[in-house]
Write a protein that binds this ligand. Structure first.
Ligand code: NAP
Length: 281
């Protein structure tokens, strides 16, 4: 079936390999097993979202695959990410884990496969497995998540194929300016993806954020998503609620002013709502 949406909602960014990546995705951590995940995906696809962010650790790859197949939208119009979990590093285990993800998703290929976290010791071997999978066409792009500058430098020192993407926690309350990781990625053409862009809803009541939102007639969540997009990050808000998915998608035909961005930049407090890999060896 042809896709009634000519372009992914929010547009796309080019990657070093693997084609273009839709800038607005749907996060799928804790969307629940079964219908929860499948409904969220259906509602997001109806709105034109064409990027789904899952992981073997989320336990919902089968549901993701089912929802994509049920959509009737052709496979190559939907961008699906999955991730290699921490227990699955090393040549043999990483290959097995990737094959298991491919089987659970049952979508033919994975658009982007990430190392979920820079686990020490075996991550180099795992990267080689990802490179081979890219050569074989099992995955269309490979990348990393939670990599800070020292992890990226190590990887770029041995990689035959550089990572197309680095997925890290990013929002105004933790823009990682001091760590320099965002700049490092930009200089090397690595696409930056913002996870937990809504701070897992922990700072939606921040007075400055609320003020910016009220002045624009927008919600705090919309301001946070727009902040990520205006920074040039692929942005991955999660919701399993139909109204909030709609609210979070209503972010594409406007942007924040330089003054609003500056006010939000000032909120940086180094808040990590998920993981802080800064000191991970
Ligand atoms: N690579 C990694 O290590 C990593 C780590 C964390 C996250 N991620 C990815 O990034 C995605 C997003 O991050 P996240 O799930 O940690 O958190 P998030 O997107 O920052 O926040 C999700 C929370 O905000 C609520 N919410 C969503 N829209 C809202 C709105 N408009 N108004 C008020 N509340 C709203 C959600 O509840 P409802 O669902 O009830 O709406 C949920 O509790 C994940 O799902 C996952 O795909 C990756």
């Amino acid at each position: 079936m042809t896709d009634p949406t000519p372009h992914p909602l929010g547009g796309t960014l080019p990657m070093l390999h693997g084609g273009d990546i839709p800038r607005l995705g749907l996060g799928l951590f804790r969307t629940g097993p079964g219908a929860g995940t499948e409904n969220a995906i259906r509602w997001a696809l109806e709105l034109g979202i064409r990027h789904l962010d899952t992981a073997s650790m989320y336990g919902n790859e089968e549901e993701v695959g089912r929802a994509v197949r049920a959509s009737g939208i052709s496979r190559d119009r939907i961008f699906v990410t999955s991730k290699l979990w921490n227990d699955d590093h090393g040549h043999r285990r990483a290959r097995k884990a990737l094959e298991a993800s491919l089987e659970r998703l049952d979508l033919g290929w994975i658009d982007l496969y990430l190392i979920h976290f820079p686990v020490p010791h075996l991550r180099r071997e795992s990267w080689e497995v990802l490179e081979e999978a890219l050569d074989e066409g099992l995955v269309r792009a490979i990348g990393v998540s939670n990599y800070m500058v020292h992890h990226l430098e190590e990887l770029l020192g041995h990689a035959r194929i550089p990572p197309a993407v680095n997925q890290i926690e990013l929002h105004p309350f933790n823009a990682r300016t001091r760590s320099g990781v965002v700049d490092f990625c930009r200089r090397r053409g690595i696409v930056v993806e913002a996870y937990s862009p809504l701070t897992k809803a922990r700072r939606l009541d921040d007075p400055v954020l609320r003020e910016v939102a009220e002045a624009r007639g927008r919600t705090p969540a919309q301001i946070l998503i727009r902040y990520g997009l205006d920074k040039g990050w692929v942005t991955l808000p999660k919701s399993s609620d139909r109204n909030r998915i709609r609210e979070n998608a209503d972010v594409v035909d406007w942007s924040l002013t330089a003054e609003e961005m500056a006010r939000l930049d000032d909120l940086d407090e180094g808040l990590a709502v998920t993981w802080d890999p800064t000191d991970a060896p």
